[in-house]
Ligand binder design. Structure first.
Ligand SMILES: [Zn+2]
Length: 341
């Protein structure tokens, strides 16, 4: 018998994993929606029999509903639309489970605690120079030296960031992150299958962890800053500026794409931001790329997207056996299958 108390937030997470509303769960277990609401808010506590009924209805182990849980804000979601709330909540609930796995992996000595530098911006109107400088500081603090980042996903995992891949199309997002202090979680999409974009997505989420943390989220300016950081982190201004073309020079751009492992779209934007390309030249390039269908599928494919490994290696190891009985089996399968293990 578990000595841990029922955790009200776990009930909400389990319900969101099952994509059920409070009313739908209430109908499943023969209670009123108000009762579910009270259990989730902490105004009332469910009996052991009711907890068992939740465990069955939501297909989660009873132990899952008794584990301590960390909370954070609703997450850095790039698209600020709210069209797919249930899918978005489910993705966020899966990220909570990934956070659980990271905690257990760390306790087993198989995952690092987070050491993501916290370098907050001066505010929503921070100048792009300030963001560029912070990106450079993170690179030097992590000893990256010059040149392209070899593997962004591996780099983040080495610094204690839990990363998983999930199909996110229905949640209407490319990627998102949750800034838990011990192990931030980054969720990348499996949908695009594009190495360059996936690296940029991972660097964008790193930006939120560095620049914004638990302080600010859900505003357009925050997303703009994360994009500025990602570009500077992957393509340091001092190193790339003089290699970027001033005209629409595709062979040069293809070469830069191969070297820096970033998309043509990101290179064009960088050329504009750093003042190498005029606004007109930039727009001409974007139009030409659109006309050739390159906005959807770019030329010069870079191969498979970078794959997260650390949590999956832990889940595949004997050390995870005692943990697996505490976590929802379907969700673990979702995490491991989506990541291709
Ligand atoms: Zn974002």
């Amino acid at each position: 018998m578990s000595t841990l108390a029922f955790e009200r937030t776990r009930l909400r997470v389990a319900r969101e994993l099952a994509r059920l509303s409070q009313a739908q769960l209430a109908a499943e277990v023969g209670l009123s929606p108000a009762a579910i609401s009270q259990f989730e808010s902490g105004a009332a506590r469910p009996s052991p029999e009711t907890i068992t009924a939740f465990s069955v209805a939501l297909t989660v182990p009873i132990g899952f509903l008794h584990q301590p849980i960390s909370e954070t804000h609703e997450g850095f979601f790039r698209s600020l639309r709210r069209t797919a709330v249930a899918d978005r909540r489910r993705a966020r609930a899966i990220a909570h489970v990934a956070h659980d796995v990271a905690g257990h992996a760390a306790a087993a000595g198989r995952f690092a605690l987070a050491d993501v530098p916290e370098m907050r911006t001066s505010g929503l109107s921070a100048a792009v120079d300030e963001i560029e400088k912070i990106a450079g500081l993170v690179r030097s603090q992590w000893g990256l030296g010059s040149g392209p980042v070899n593997n962004v996903v591996e780099l983040l995992e080495d610094h204690g960031v839990a990363i998983i891949r999930l199909p996110l199309d229905s949640a209407d997002v490319d990627a998102f992150s949750l800034p838990f202090p011990d192990h931030p979680v980054v969720v990348l999409s499996t949908d695009k299958n594009d190495r360059a974009r996936s690296r940029f997505d991972a660097a964008h989420e790193l930006a939120h962890l560095v620049l914004h943390g638990e302080q600010i989220w859900g505003i357009k300016e925050v997303e703009t800053q994360a994009h500025q950081f990602a570009a500077a982190f992957l393509m340091p201004a001092d190193e790339i500026r003089h290699h970027l073309p001033t005209k629409v020079d595709w062979p040069r751009l293809f070469e830069l794409k191969r070297y820096w492992q970033v998309s043509l779209a990101a290179l064009l934007m960088r050329a504009r931001t750093l003042g190498r390309m005029s606004e007109n030249t930039y727009l001409t390039a974007i139009k030409a790329a659109s006309a050739r269908g390159w906005r959807r599928i770019e030329p010069v494919p870079l191969g498979m997207p970078e794959q997260p490994r650390r949590l999956l290696d832990f889940l595949a190891s004997p050390a995870s056996h005692s943990v697996r009985s505490l976590l929802p089996h379907d969700t673990l399968a979702n995490i491991t299958v989506a990541t291709g293990v």
